[in-house]
Write a protein that binds this ligand. Structure first.
Ligand code: SF4
Ligand code: SF4
Length: 428
């Protein structure tokens, strides 16, 4: 696909601005009524999804004579969280704003508007197969001390994919090791890709670099085939959304069941293979990571066309599937938390498909730090407003961004991963 494939869609944006806010019927307060971090931060229409769609239309209709840095700022200072798309579609417009914004990024890069910080990430990725540009040889340090299969040497039923953030951020190692150990104790046959493990390509894609996603998707598909694994399990929501939603967009369907660690833990708890016995007396709220929730909904590659059926009416042929973000992973992490004795779970105003982003996606963390931090702190305020003593999430990128934003601003609030609380309840 390319930007020109979306001409019909961008010319049917109604300029309604629904993409900026929570749907009216779900709005609970003015304070947490914003839906789009980008336009809420900039307070200027161009930064909204609708504004970007107008830019796409102007490009496609030849009204853009020059590509500028301001244009790149508008397009890239966005977390690609997808909240706009859910809002747009709540009002029944079958406009895929997220795909339009993705193609807009690729189009701007092709026309010389590269974000230097993103380019650095891509160079490091090409060199070391991770988004931090850290030595590839260090990727498996998190595994030290664990007795886990290497699928390059022996078959395993489950391929555990940690993701770059877990591999290169020591704060997440105990949790990843804990997750693997809990699975093993529940009788799961776990392996990792050892020296062949690499990035999923999702963050590069969202920065506008499609080729990286294609390459990493192909590499992972062949690793899975060789391993004989029937399940791919990851503790990273970013990787999960990449496997489920983005791989299909580049024609890669993995021949394996894709599970986030919370989905697998939920299943094993319900089957009685994991017992949560210790009390964890805490009042908590759960933050839905975008790529586990609305962006974890399975991706569908639609390659049809719009045909004129009446002078002003077009029909998508074949019918275009509508994704409302409702089929993401929402209940399993909540069910795991509810299964922990002593845990009281309260919801934030913006939850599930309408969750507010943590601020770390779409290359915002790497290139627009102030915006990324502001977005994270907005979410922390929302979490605090529930009266919860801690926020729990299910993605190392979200957790890292919340913790860093709090620390940089001398604020205190507890942030955990679902697995942290499972480990507490199991005394691990
Ligand atoms: S993806 Fe998120 S930040 Fe970007 S325009 Fe949509 S709602 Fe706003
Ligand atoms: S992108 Fe969708 S919600 Fe936003 S202005 Fe256009 S039609 Fe309305």
């Amino acid at each position: 696909m390319s930007l020109s494939d979306y001409h019909y869609e961008v010319s049917h944006c109604h300029r309604c601005s629904y993409c900026k806010h929570m749907p009216f019927q779900l709005m609970k307060s003015q304070r947490f009524s914003a839906g789009c971090p980008s336009v809420a931060y900039r307070n200027f229409h161009s930064y909204s999804a609708g504004g970007k769609v107008i830019l796409a239309l102007s490009i496609l209709e030849g009204r853009v004579k020059e590509y500028t840095e301001t244009m790149a700022d508008i397009v890239f200072e966005c977390t690609m969280c997808g909240a706009c798309q859910v809002k747009c579609r709540t009002y029944n417009y079958n406009l895929n704003v997220l795909e339009v914004m993705q193609e807009l990024r690729i189009h701007l890069i092709e026309n010389g508007q590269l974000i230097p910080e993103h380019l650095m990430v891509i160079e490091g990725l090409k060199r070391e197969d991770n988004v931090f540009g850290e030595p590839k040889a260090d990727r498996n340090k998190w595994l030290e001390g664990l007795n886990v299969k290497d699928i390059n040497n022996e078959k395993a039923d489950v391929l555990f994919h940690p993701g770059c953030r877990v591999c290169y951020d020591g704060e997440f190692w105990d949790n990843a090791r804990g997750a693997v150990t809990i699975l093993q104790e529940a009788g799961v046959d776990v392996g990792t890709a050892g020296k062949e493990d690499s990035c999923c390509g999702g963050r590069a894609y969202e920065m506008g670099f499609r080729g990286e996603l294609v390459n990493y998707a192909e590499a992972l598909a062949s690793r899975i085939k060789a391993s004989g694994a029937t399940k791919l399990v990851t503790p990273c929501a970013d990787c999960y959304g990449t496997f489920k939603a983005l791989f299909p967009l580049v024609g890669q369907k993995l021949d394996v069941e894709i599970l986030h660690i919370t989905e697998y833990l939920d299943r094993l708890i319900k089957e009685g293979k994991i017992k949560l016995e210790n009390e964890v007396p805490m009042k908590i709220t759960y933050h839905d990571p975008c790529k586990l929730g609305r962006k974890g909904e399975p991706g569908i590659l639609w390659e049809g066309e719009y045909k004129r059926v009446e002078p002003h009416i077009f029909a998508a042929v074949p019918e275009k599937p509508i994704k409302l973000g409702l089929n993401g992973c929402y209940d399993p992490p909540r069910d795991v938390l509810k299964a922990i004795p002593g845990v009281e779970l309260v919801e934030m105003e913006r939850n599930r498909a309408h969750s507010w982003c943590c601020g770390s996606g779409g290359g915002a963390l790497e290139a627009f730090e102030d915006f990324s931090t502001w977005t994270a702190l907005e979410r922390v305020e929302e979490a605090k407003s529930t009266g919860a003593e801690a926020m729990v999430t299910a993605c190392p990128w979200c957790e890292r961004n919340f913790r860093d934003a709090l620390e940089e601003n001398d604020q205190k609030y507890e942030v955990y991963d679902v697995v942290d609380l499972v480990r507490k309840s199991m005394g691990r």
